[in-house]
Design a binder for this molecule. Structure first.
Ligand code: PMP
Length: 464
């Protein structure tokens, strides 16, 4: 008789069953669930606890949503207050005190020039719906159809938002070069690369034989997030503002990921001083619950009633949680804190890169940070950039998870390890994150052969 017949097998832990059922029942299109096989049951601030009792430092933060981390007391209190008040939770787009308070708080954060004459449209609850609304708005206002967007962009998964994203397969969108210092499309990088990128855009707009009609709008991210944490130089942003303004092309800035203090200013545009015609906002503005809006200059408000409708435009809990989050970030100077702490974390990541050949580039702004992993054994291109190494990046992500650290992957080749911690983390937590990441990079390098399979990626200074 086999041993298994006599000894009752121990029941598998509950979390294993949940994960197994997930893989059997959920769609093949699921994403984070594949690389992060954990079952969160409790969370507070930076920390998530899994059903298996393990604790993790969460630097994914709901893909950059959790400005105040998980279950911040002011957010919970705001949600409880709505629940206890007996207010209706579903109101379509009707006026409520909760919505009124959210709108007031939101307008108080906007650049004065925009706030003076701003209109807000509450959209369906995802960032991608707000992007669609922005396109519809500018198309109606200008009577034009085409759009300009940038290589490496990410704006969402619905039809037009996807068409404006870098991974689009079919598109009526004109694609422009985004200034990517490390992999500069013009082979020069830096301010010069950004200048050439701007020049290309200008020539497309001004050359009557460029084949590019004047578009209804241009959309950009001030720091590309999913594209691999690529901050745009201020001078380039100003040029895009000038180019569009002088040609009556509405400029749409997508701050879905960069907003609410993440990059060191309340809105990322503040650093360059540009004021867009349309701001697309989601993620952190809902204080961890679904909420998306566009805020725009009132001259653009030419669309008809019902032009952009949606059943779930009135999420009262999200508006309360969002208003509390916006107010807390503002009152506690969390944007400045993100800038200052992010600067120190960036310096530590640069030190890490100095001792690890496989880190080709370190970049970021505020608490939106990334390291790009590369194959040093393969030839560098003209600018000195080596090919991206997605396998090593996946190994680093796994090694981080083994060490209780959740990180996101992004970038053109999924070779950028991204950190998006809550803006509320302490210096000690920042150190713990970087200690675990450094340890994970070292471990992943030891165990991952180079993409060619021939040579392991080397630890700079420690291996021949
Ligand atoms: N724009 C940007 C800049 C984003 O980062 C994202 C989401 N990562 C979106 C739009 C789309 O938001 P959602 O996933 O809520 O549709």
């Amino acid at each position: 008789m086999a041993l298994t017949d006599t000894v009752p097998a121990a029941a598998p832990p509950a979390h294993e069953g949940i994960l197994r059922r997930q893989s059997l029942r959920e769609s093949a299109a699921r994403t984070y669930a594949r690389s992060l096989p954990i079952v969160p049951v409790r969370a507070r601030g930076l920390t998530i606890e899994g059903a298996d009792g393990r604790r993790y430092l969460d630097c994914l933060s709901g893909a950059g949503t959790l400005a105040l981390g998980h279950n911040h007391p002011v957010v919970l209190e705001a949600i409880r207050a709505v629940l206890d008040s007996g207010a209706p939770l579903h109101v379509l787009d009707l006026a409520t005190p909760v919505k009124d308070a959210f709108t007031t708080e939101l307008f108080a954060t906007l650049p004065a020039e925009l706030a003076e004459s701003a209109r807000v449209q509450f959209c369906g609850p995802a960032g991608t719906d707000a992007v669609e609304a922005a396109f519809k708005l500018v198309r109606t206002a200008t009577g034009r159809d085409g759009l300009m967007a940038f290589s490496g962009a990410y704006h969402g998964m619905t039809a037009d938002a996807l068409a404006a994203s870098g991974g689009a397969q079919r598109t009526g969108v004109v694609r422009l070069p985004y200034p990517y210092d490390y992999r500069c499309p013009f082979g020069v990088g830096g301010e010069r690369g950004a200048e050439l990128a701007a020049r290309w855009t200008r020539s497309l707009l001004d050359d009557h034989k460029s084949g590019v009609p004047r578009p209804a709008g241009m959309i950009l991210e001030p720091v590309q997030g999913e594209g691999g944490v690529i901050p745009a130089p201020d001078s380039w942003l100003r040029q895009m503002r000038e180019l569009t303004a002088s040609r009556q092309i509405p400029l749409i800035v997508d701050e879905v990921q960069t907003g609410v203090g993440r990059t060191g200013t309340f809105w990322a545009i503040e650093r360059s001083g540009i004021v867009p015609d349309v701001l697309v906002l989601s993620k952190a503005i809902g204080g961890s619950l679904p909420l998306a809006v566009i805020v725009y200059r009132e001259e653009l408000d030419a669309w008809q009633p019902g032009a952009h409708a949606g059943t779930f435009r009135g999420n009262q809990l999200a508006m309360a949680a969002g208003a509390a989050t916006l107010a807390y970030v503002r009152a506690n100077g969390l944007a400045e804190r993100a800038g200052e702490l992010g600067g120190r974390m960036l310096a530590r990541l640069e030190a890490l890169a100095a001792s690890h050949d496989c880190i080709g580039d370190v970049r970021g702004r505020g608490l939106m940070l990334g390291i790009e992993l590369v194959d040093r054994d393969a030839d560098a291109d003209a600018t000195g950039a080596h090919p991206a190494d997605p396998r090593l990046a996946a190994a680093v992500q796994q090694a981080c998870l083994d060490r209780g650290l959740i990180v996101e992957l992004g970038g053109r080749h999924s070779a950028v390890v991204r950190l998006l911690p809550p803006l509320t983390i302490t210096d000690e937590q920042a150190d713990a994150i970087l200690d675990r990441l450094a340890d994970a990079v070292t471990a992943a390098v030891r165990t991952t052969p180079g993409p060619t399979g021939s040579s392991p990626t080397t630890l700079r200074g420690t291996t021949p």
